[in-house]
Design a protein around this ligand. Structure first.
Ligand code: SF4
Length: 299
């Protein structure tokens, strides 16, 4: 079986910077202990386990404001690459917690855009994933009555902004380019004068475009990425919807099922921007060593 390694794949610069910052914080004896991360530093459990081994504890399973209240006085807190709302940052300052902000510069750019547009009298239609920390942080830049989240075209019907209002449409950084265009089209149909700011980051775009291009010449695409990783899930989606080829997502080499490859001559491998390279390398090695002839007869 031929294995095509799609590039670019794996860690983006925002994730590399966030991991580097967290590791530097862990190694600095001057930083007050204990050290917490507010949510998963990036959506990958291997990355979370790496920090755990360095003594950094991950608080998870709630909104950032709730998680912050679990941090004891005098401790240190790291904000993740997904960004943080100004209210949560202010609360950390009020509590005199030492904090480090690993927000990706591309997410910071979206925060600045929303702040500027609010200052100029606009309301914000934010296209993003429900329950994901990036929308939570970015939408926190706007007063609650001047921002609304839409995820799918059908959500547009429920928006309560008047047609005459100044509206800015802003997107999450890790969405599928193709799906997002469908939502933007639905917004523009209802609000033709809305200004559109597509904030899907370059790392996400390049990984999606490379996956779609490679998928055309293979039988199956394997995406290595965590179930909670938005950009990994979007890679599966664009391969299936845009390239119209099958795709599977695995978190680690143990998830690979030999039965998937029985009728496959060429397989392509990519990875979400939060997937450590050693995890992807193990998957590639498994695929390269895959030998149909040695499979048990049930295959
Ligand atoms: S996926 Fe894009 S926005 Fe997210 S951390 Fe990477 S570069 Fe930054």
């Amino acid at each position: 079986m031929e294995v095509v390694k799609i590039t670019p794949r794996g860690y983006c610069y925002g994730v590399v910077d966030a991991m580097t910052m967290a590791k530097q914080v862990a190694r600095d004896p001057a930083v007050p202990r204990p050290i917490y991360v507010l949510g998963q530093i990036v959506h990958n459990r291997h990355a979370v386990e790496d920090l755990d081994r360095l003594g950094i504890m991950t608080l998870d399973g709630g909104q950032r404001a709730e998680l912050l209240e679990q941090v004891p006085d005098g401790a240190t807190v790291i904000f993740t690459a997904h960004g943080i709302s100004p209210d949560v940052k202010k609360r950390a300052q009020q509590r005199h917690l030492q904090f480090f902000d690993a927000t990706c510069p591309d997410v910071t750019k979206t925060h600045t855009l929303i702040r500027d547009k609010i200052h100029d009298g606009y309301s914000i239609i934010y296209i993003g994933s429900k329950g994901h920390p990036e929308p939570e942080g970015a939408m926190g830049e706007a007063p609650k009555d001047r921002v609304a989240l839409v995820t799918i075209p059908e959500d547009v019907a429920f928006l309560s902004f008047d047609e005459g209002m100044r509206l800015a449409v802003v997107t999450q950084t890790t969405l599928s380019q193709w799906d997002t265009q469908e939502v933007i089209d639905a917004v523009k149909q209802r609000y033709p004068k809305a200004e559109v700011y597509n904030e899907i980051c370059l790392a996400t775009q390049l990984r999606q475009e490379a996956a779609v291009a490679a998928a055309k010449d293979v039988d199956l695409v394997v995406v290595v990425g965590d179930r909670r990783s938005n950009n990994s899930n979007r890679l599966v989606e664009v391969v299936e919807k845009v390239a119209k080829k099958p795709a599977v997502r695995v978190e680690r080499v143990e998830d690979l099922d030999p039965a998937w490859f029985v009728a496959v001559s060429r397989v392509a491998v990519t990875a979400g921007s939060s997937t450590p390279s050693q995890v992807t390398r193990a998957v590639i090695q498994w695929l390269e060593a895959y030998d149909k002839k040695s499979l048990p007869s049930r295959f």
